[in-house]
Design a protein around this ligand. Structure first.
Ligand SMILES: [Zn+2]
Length: 159
């Protein structure tokens, strides 16, 4: 959030029965967003998008419905890939922070497997990746596994 504050809901602890290493994954990810100032980046992105949509609607003399459709199109074109990139970056920073703090970064894989299982078990399948602000859990796990060799030495040194 703007100002670097992080909100951590305890519900996730109960629902996913997270271990300390897994909590460090989630916390590291959120700290990653704060360090990378994603809250601020998102606010300016939103502002630019709104200005662009208003200008386009005025120039094309569009009514409210069309403006809403334009807004949706802009969201798909601008916000979502950007948000996915932010998620991947926050995952990487989070892995490193957790490892440096002495928490096993391999727990990140378990976190996303639990998220997948929880979503399926509750009948909430994931939306297709291109419509989601989050990379699909499978892609996310693949990225995390690919980066584990880079952070495991940090974990070994810290623990
Ligand atoms: Zn995130």
């Amino acid at each position: 959030m703007p100002g670097g504050k992080i909100a951590f809901f305890t519900g996730i602890l109960d629902a996913l029965q997270l271990t300390d290493d897994e909590v460090a994954t989630v916390m590291g990810h959120e700290i990653g967003h704060a360090l990378l100032e994603h809250g601020r980046a998102r606010m300016s992105e939103q502002l630019l998008k709104n200005i662009g949509i208003s200008a386009a609607a005025v120039m094309l003399n569009l009514g409210d419905v069309s403006a809403a459709m334009l807004s949706q199109a802009a969201n798909l074109a601008v916000s979502l890939p950007y948000a996915r990139k932010q998620e991947a970056d926050a995952d990487l920073v989070g892995l490193e922070l957790a490892a440096r703090a002495g928490y096993d970064p391999r727990a990140a894989v378990a976190v996303w497997q639990k998220m997948s299982k929880y979503a399926q078990g509750a009948g909430r399948g994931q939306p297709p990746q291109f419509l989601s602000t989050h990379p699909s859990n499978q892609n996310r796990i693949k990225d995390i596994e690919a980066n584990l060799p880079r952070v495991l030495p940090l974990y070994k040194k810290a623990s």
